[in-house]
Design a protein around this ligand. Structure first.
Ligand SMILES: *Cc1c(COP(=O)(O)O)cnc(C)c1O
Ligand SMILES: [Zn+2]
Length: 443
């Protein structure tokens, strides 16, 4: 068994990595994944936080800020924020840019919820159809900078599709561990992108552990969520974009004596492992540290009642969640032992948000108003954020006059079976005008 000693080169503004469990600090060249204070399994990983030199960043960026010469867009993607990313060289990013997704005003949905202002960050419009592209872009960049021949990940489906897409564009060989039960559309993506697919006759949690063993044994670069600390750094770019786009929506004058970007009052996002919500938090924390937003948003995580490990930990004030037996229909957030719980719980606790749970029926039903009132087609895990927002409105956790952002984390095309289930599908009619008349007479 050959041990990996190689790490990816150190990017300019990353100063150290700090273990969120024991506080040990490492120089970036000394470590790539988790602190050795914890065993490599379950929720209790020695997860590392990537720490930047904000003072150095501030002084070198004050003149140019980010390269925000044009609006947030999908051609440039997250490369716009290169100085705040753990990449040694933007040239190592795949030619298929990720991020730069739209922040869309949803007045009809806001009215339905009796709130004044709701905007939807539609990350289903990433190249592979989910927010995971933001993290996989970083993984591929780091693997290429470090000269790794193979990148691997375990995934409920979307992280895999994201890695497969970025690898394909870069010509990077990759091995993907997925549960065999992942929705067919997600497995189809992997096969289309030409990944080496290992479909495990078991759970995501088993795929996760097996992937770690394989990477350690064979010297592959490991993209696993929660295990690879840099995935948070990719996902945080969603917050940079939201704050930048909200400033544009708000008509803020960039030359005035106020921070250039704007944070919403409250933000809603679904939670499985907890990496996305941790990334969302990190993005706003970066912006606050740089003085580019005035205040943090309250961050609300939403889980299914049938996969609620983070919720239980939050409610009972545990440091680390206890595993649950997850069975939610929202496969992207179906997790027994969350792999990034510390960052997730910190996000909610430090921002004065909350973790909410909703039944699977509410998740599936939320797909429809999101599509019919917002014009956005989400997979179940994406619609989960809207189901949670509805609960928050009912429980008066948000005020009607607040600016609220929800993130759609994945495209509805990822899981069309869920929609056929919730709508009941459509019956065939004979190809005659009479039949069309009969079918439309109620319009
Ligand atoms: C992965 C994923 C989530 C949950 O993200 P975590 O980091 O696991 O909490 C939510 N929605 C979609 C579509 C996803 O792919
Ligand atoms: Zn530690």
């Amino acid at each position: 068994m050959s041990k990996v000693t190689q790490n990816s080169p150190v990017p300019p503004f990353v100063r150290r990595l700090r273990c969120l469990r024991c506080g040990t600090e490492y120089t970036p060249s000394a470590i790539e994944y988790v602190c050795s204070c914890r065993p490599n399994s379950g929720s209790d990983l020695g997860t590392l936080d990537v720490q930047y030199d904000y003072a150095a960043l501030s002084s070198s960026l004050s003149a140019m800020r980010f390269d925000t010469s044009g609006p947030v867009n999908s051609t440039q993607g997250i490369a716009r924020y290169a100085p705040l990313l753990p990449i040694a060289d933007p040239q190592t990013l795949a030619p298929v840019a990720v991020g730069g997704t739209p922040l869309i005003a949803a007045p009809r949905l806001a009215q339905e919820l009796s709130i004044k202002r709701l905007l939807i960050k539609d990350d289903g419009r990433n190249p592979s159809g989910s927010l995971k592209d933001r993290a996989s872009a970083i993984a591929v960049s780091r693997a290429r900078s470090g000269g790794f021949p193979i990148v691997a990940t375990a995934s409920t489906g979307n992280a895999a599709a994201a890695l497969a897409s970025q690898c394909a564009a870069s010509g990077q060989t990759n091995v993907i561990f997925v549960p065999h039960s992942a929705p067919p559309a997600k497995i189809a993506q992997l096969l289309a992108y030409g990944s080496h697919v290992i479909a495990i006759d078991g759970s995501y949690d088993q795929a996760f552990d097996l992937c770690i063993q394989a990477c350690q044994s064979f010297g592959w670069y490991n993209r696993n969520t929660g295990y690879n600390p840099y995935m948070t750094e990719g996902k945080k770019t969603v917050s940079y974009e939201i704050a930048e786009q909200l400033a544009a929506h708000t008509g803020r004058d960039a030359t005035a004596e106020q921070p250039p970007f704007v944070a919403p009052d409250a933000l809603f996002v679904s939670v499985g492992d907890g990496c996305i919500i941790g990334g969302v938090h990190k993005g706003f924390k970066d912006l606050l540290a740089l003085g580019w937003i005035e205040k943090m948003p309250r961050i609300y995580g939403v889980q299914s009642e049938q996969s609620d490990a983070i919720y239980q930990a939050w409610r009972k004030d545990w440091e680390i969640p206890r595993p649950v037996v997850a069975s939610t229909r929202a496969d992207s957030i179906s997790v027994n032992a969350p792999r990034d719980p510390v960052k997730a719980l910190n996000a909610v606790r430090e921002s004065q948000g909350a973790v909410l749970t909703v039944p699977d029926s509410a998740i599936l039903n939320a797909i429809l108003p999101l599509a019919q009132l917002g014009g956005i087609f989400a997979e179940p895990a994406g619609a989960t954020a809207l189901a949670g927002l509805a609960v928050a409105v009912a429980e008066k956790l948000v005020r009607p006059d607040e600016t609220i952002v929800m993130i759609n984390t994945g495209s509805g095309l990822k899981d069309v079976a869920a929609v056929m289930e919730v709508t009941g599908g459509v019956a065939a009619i004979p190809p005659t005008l009479d039949a069309v008349f009969a079918a439309t007479k109620e319009l």
